[in-house]
Design a protein around this ligand. Sequence first.
Ligand SMILES: Cc1cc2nc3c(=O)[nH]c(=O)nc-3n(C[C@H](O)[C@H](O)[C@H](O)COP(=O)(O)OP(=O)(O)OC[C@H]3O[C@@H](n4cnc5c(N)ncnc54)[C@H](O)[C@@H]3O)c2cc1C
Length: 330
Amino acid sequence: MATSTVPAAAEPQAPETERQETPVMVRQLRWEATGVVSVLLARPDGGQLPAWQPGAHVDLLLPNGIVRQYSLCGSPDDLSGYRLAVRRQPASRGGSEYVHSFLRPGQPLRIRGPRNHFRFEPADSYLFIAGGIGITPILPMVRQAAAAGARWSLVYGGRSASAMAFRTELAPHRDAVRLYPGDESGRIPLTALLERTRPDSAVYACGPEPLLDAVTDAAAHLPQGTVRMERFRPRTRESTCNTDVQVVCARSGRTVDVPAERSVLDALADAGLPVAGSCREGVCGTCETRVLEGVPDHRDDILSEDDREKGDRMYLCVSRARTPRLVLDV
Ligand SMILES: Cc1cc2nc3c(=O)[nH]c(=O)nc-3n(C[C@H](O)[C@H](O)[C@H](O)COP(=O)(O)OP(=O)(O)OC[C@H]3O[C@@H](n4cnc5c(N)ncnc54)[C@H](O)[C@@H]3O)c2cc1C
């Protein structure tokens, strides 16, 4: 039987905890690499922040009204602060741009969460694959695997060495870490790596869409569930045709007709039902809702194939229905 020294992931937090807002202040801002700053957040009263596990992220509620998700990349053992790292996006509509241009130490902010859809589970060995800022959720996993004495390796690619954050933190693990700065070493040799990956390993990957698509292709021979990914942006998809759906909200005893041009989330929110959303792109998980009857048409980038087949939960911001009626736990 497979044994592992990595502790089992804690049970998922209750949705109420995930949606809870916590006041924080910026304790420190640090330049980590070209275009990347880290932000240390702490409670203004010096108290402890909610517990989290590797793979978790928080919603950062910025003073300009924008809400963005950022992975926790510090240590889950130190709840006196949360560390995030933010890459400046050139065409930013205000999330990363605000963090880079306006955030200041001492500034009060609010966060929501933590929330975790990229859970680090026990396995015989691990292959971690990170591209660019996708290193953030991977870093705490690497530290946990190393601390537990597990077998692991990390391949980490970026445009250039100077744009790759946390290289110094990874230096003590140089035997297990291979860096691929694109301008020096080219691309991560995913096909060769994944061919050598044993079926009882777990592969955790986070990075830009082309990297994750290449991982999916190169891992096609591995058993379903071996590769777990987190996407910071929704996958590019062909547009899908929407149809009307009737949503029965079992807990509230209300029925809402959702027209084809409205999302289920917006229609339920407009009807005054207790639902919450954040990214509205099917990547953050804030609007996760239990499905009691009916078959969801999953259009998110969070659920694994296994979870999709189960069909017991859905993300209301993007997903719809394959049946004319859905009964939800709302
Ligand atoms: C679960 C989760 C965890 C995340 N963790 C982090 C993190 O640790 N660090 C971090 O910097 N970001 C992270 N993100 C992304 C982050 O939430 C924002 O989307 C990002 O900061 C861009 O916001 P913006 O308002 O600056 O840009 P937007 O206005 O949202 O986007 C500007 C342009 O850049 C493109 N774009 C945005 N993000 C990316 C990207 N990652 N790669 C390529 N193109 C992109 C958009 O498509 C758009 O064209 C995470 C997202 C999710 C869902």
